[in-house]
Design a protein around this ligand. Structure first.
Ligand code: ACM
Ligand code: ZN
Length: 518
């Protein structure tokens, strides 16, 4: 009997002691809402040239929980039941994984009989990609979405605006692209190292965005865009300097790091601009969520202190601190988004009791955990702790095992009454400059993350995961995914140097390790 290497591990399964044969001509019969899920399978089956026999049924069953599926491999056929498209799709993903691993005999796949009853532990299982610090072509984004779908991740948080570039086509404000999407050079090799002097002028056209959103939807992935506000806005302010406190000319940042740029809170033109921008971009993203950033804005607070408009606003509204002014700002943005039926998400830095409770909190700073626990009683929380899920960090900082070991209970974010939506891993791209380095950072940590997000704690074991991962590594190799062969920072296959992007310091470190191996 073959035990299938499924990641994330299904929450409940029982193997039988019989077999069922599938050939490339085996029919996949679907309820009509599930045809796309069936196509995910037939794509694979079509690649196996054999005669027609056997069948696979994907059926809608009312009353099953969202995203849940059952997969029964019996002597009479293969049956996937689900209550919604998500569940049907995940049943198909699991079956595809099984078909690839099944014993092959006379051109047929011979499947073990098996019953799986599965559903995710977390409703929100996300990954973020920063496309401002480094732009990734649509095909690279789609490839990441493919890999996410195979791991049953369902949210793609798309960081589309930061100091280093604004990445959405705007027809309302073409200067956001002509100026805000352009920088004279990129700083990708490490702090203290020179820029590459290659002009970087990139944004996603609205057509590309619609295409990527539809591509994600087929894979049960919802795309949540982020426009980071009111800090991290140098690219917006390069295009629209009149929206800053000083009105001074600004340039899109060509170095990594975070600028002091901040939108003026006391200038109504800022909210008029955002309103028009949201009118234009909200329809591109069907998700009910919209990320409005809110992180690290304190770097610009001095500009608010020195600004007559911001000072006048504080006086008028009885606001005594910049933190409260930021909350006031986020609440204004929230009201604008509500008109579009959107619920905002913001990083944990800008949380406070006066922040609109419909704004979800994204937990990232480990030292914010106590306040996030409190916030979780009144607002939704997404967990993306820097210590576990910042996959742009080196493997010597977040090893594969460390990513796997995250436990909501241990951080006190699993108590009754707490509104925990789920988990998200982060791919910031200051030092990630190519598809290969993106994949190096993401995988196999994202495999570990997916299991932590989907599989209940009682069903998780790193040793068992690691055994199953071996097949997934082979699969990634075949798919040409440049997963990291480094898992803790110190294991290097002889003669091969892997590094995060073209980060000089990481490269030197790799060379050191290589030398140490000799
Ligand atoms: C963040 O890492 N600045 C959210
Ligand atoms: Zn101001």
């Amino acid at each position: 009997m073959v035990i299938y290497n499924i990641i994330p591990k299904p929450n409940k399964y029982v193997y039988g002691d019989s077999e069922y044969e599938i050939s490339s001509k085996s029919e996949v019969l679907c309820s009509k809402e599930f045809v796309e899920a069936g196509n995910y399978l037939t794509d694979y089956l079509k690649t196996k040239p054999e005669e027609n026999e056997g069948f696979i049924k994907i059926k809608k069953v009312e009353g099953m929980p969202s995203e849940a599926y059952t997969l029964k491999i019996t002597n009479d056929g293969v049956f996937i039941n689900a209550g919604d498209y998500a569940g049907a799709f995940y049943g198909a993903v699991t079956l595809k994984t099984i078909l690839m691993q099944a014993k092959k005999q006379n051109g047929k796949a011979v499947l073990n009989t098996l019953v799986i009853e599965d559903k995710p532990d977390n409703a929100y299982r996300g990954a973020m990609l920063d496309c401002s610090r480094h732009f990734f072509e649509a095909d690279t984004v789609k490839s990441l979405l493919d890999n996410m779908a195979f791991l049953k991740l369902n949210k793609f948080h798309w960081h589309l605006s930061d100091d280093q570039g604004f990445r959405i086509e705007s027809k309302q404000f073409p200067e956001l692209n002509e100026i805000g999407s352009k920088r004279a050079s990129r700083h990708l090799k490490g702090f203290g190292m020179e820029n590459d002097n290659a002009e970087d002028y990139h944004f996603y056209t609205q057509e590309e965005i619609k295409d990527i959103v539809a591509y994600a939807k087929q894979r049960n992935i919802e795309i949540i865009p982020e426009i980071d506000l009111p800090g991290h806005t140098m690219a917006i302010l390069a295009a629209k300097p009149e929206l800053s406190c000083t009105g001074e000319k600004a340039e899109v940042l060509t170095v990594n790091g975070i600028s002091k740029a901040i939108l003026c809170a006391g200038n109504e033109a800022v909210f008029e601009f955002l309103d028009k921008l949201f009118d234009e971009i909200c329809p591109l993203f069907p998700s009910a969520q919209f990320h409005i950033g809110g992180d690290e804005a304190f770097r610009g607070y001095k500009l608010w202190d020195d600004c007559p408009k911001c000072s006048a606003l504080k006086q008028k509204e009885g606001i005594s601190s910049n933190k409260e002014l930021q909350i006031w700002f986020m609440n204004r943005v929230c009201a604008l988004l509500k008109k579009h039926g959107k619920t905002p998400v913001a990083w944990d830095d800008c949380m406070g009791d006066s922040l609109d409770s419909s704004i979800a909190c994204q937990f990232w700073r480990p030292n914010a955990v106590a306040s996030v626990r409190k916030q979780s009683l009144k607002r939704d929380v997404i967990i993306s702790s820097t210590s576990y899920f910042y996959f742009d960090l080196k493997y010597s900082v977040i090893s594969l095992k460390k990513a796997y070991k995250f436990n909501k209970v241990k951080v006190g974010l699993n108590k009754p009454g707490q509104r925990i939506l789920g988990l998200e891993c982060e791919l910031w791209t200051e030092w990630i400059d190519s598809k290969a380095s993106l994949e190096f950072s993401a995988f196999p940590r994202m495999n570990a993350f997916a299991e932590v997000a989907w599989t209940e704690l009682k069903n998780r074991s790193f040793t068992d995961f690691y055994k199953r991962l071996a097949w997934h590594k082979t699969y990634m190799k075949i798919k040409d995914v440049n997963y990291s062969r480094v898992e803790s920072g110190f294991i290097f296959p002889k003669g091969i140097v892997y590094h995060l992007g073209e980060d000089g310091s990481e490269f030197k470190k790799s060379a050191e390790i290589k030398n140490a191996e000799k």
